[in-house]
Design a protein around this ligand. Structure first.
Ligand SMILES: [Mn+2]
Length: 272
């Protein structure tokens, strides 16, 4: 058994792609992470609850409840918790500007770092369309770019209302393994471009399950990764420095308790 880690307190923590409600979610590791790590502000950068999957089959063991309770408890105890929904928890996109249990739901947020930089906080699925059609959009310029972005939003809104599943960029990219590196690079470029358009000094996003801190001509791109495979978070220290925390690597010995307390498992017919 590895030694108990020291409790850490950060200025800000950024988590995304937890996918509560799916079997892939490593809730035991996240719960362990939340026990030892606190922050003044916690940003939940989308795909926290997997609503698309919840509609088809329900996997909600006690551990997933515990994660939610732990986050709400941190909010009660004075942490600011901001929830920026992603494509898997799009149902929350109907609730921008509202609060529940002390958690603020926002379309995007801007975080100011200890050293005065401004960071755009966004999940990133909005840019799937830009990544897929990067060449065409570059050819037609800014107008096509902006139009494609808003079409993407409307397209997925209609799909959601009709009960279809979200078209997944990551799944698509995995099918085209040869392009995976290109696809990650294109996604990063799209997010950096968006951050520049917004006049911020950098961006914190999720969506592609690939944690990284990348600096490019004075601009920073940070991806929080996920809690399905890598179990990573981005943290800002009190001095404004940023790091990736790789919890699965730090806590190899933390294993899930027996599944005995699993919650209800039901299957529902797929809508439409
Ligand atoms: Mn996503």
């Amino acid at each position: 058994m590895t030694a108990k880690p020291d409790a850490r307190h950060y200025r800000a923590l950024f988590l995304s792609d937890i996918h509560l409600g799916t079997r892939g979610c490593q809730a035991h590791l996240l719960l362990d992470f939340l026990r030892f790590n606190d922050a003044e502000v916690i940003y939940l950068v989308g795909d926290i609850v997997d609503g698309w999957r919840l509609r088809r089959s329900w996997h909600w063991p006690q551990l997933h409840n515990d994660v939610v309770q732990k986050l709400l408890r941190k909010a009660r105890k004075g942490a600011r918790v901001v929830y920026v929904p992603g494509n898997h928890d799009e149902f929350l996109r109907n609730y921008f500007g509202t609060h529940f249990g002390g958690v603020e739901v926002m379309e995007t947020a801007v975080h100011e770092t200890a050293d005065g930089r401004r960071l755009l906080i966004i999940h990133g699925d909005e840019f799937d369309v830009v990544v897929r059609h990067a060449k065409w959009l570059a050819f037609f310029g800014d107008w096509a770019y902006v139009t494609a972005l808003s079409l993407n939003t409307w397209f997925n809104l209609v799909r959601r209302k009709l009960g279809f599943r979200y078209w997944s960029l990551s799944a698509w990219a995995k099918l085209k393994v040869k392009n995976a590196v290109n696809f990650i690079g294109a996604f990063e470029d799209a997010l950096i471009a968006e951050s520049k358009r917004c006049g911020t000094d950098g961006v914190v996003c999720g969506h592609i399950h690939h944690a990284v801190i990348r600096k490019e001509d004075g601009h920073v791109y940070m991806n929080t990764g996920d809690w399905v495979e890598s179990c990573t978070a981005i943290a800002e220290g009190h001095d404004g420095s940023f790091e990736i925390i790789r919890w699965a690597d730090l806590r190899k010995d933390v294993v899930p308790a027996e599944d005995a307390e699993d919650g209800e498992e039901t299957s529902q017919p797929v809508a439409a």
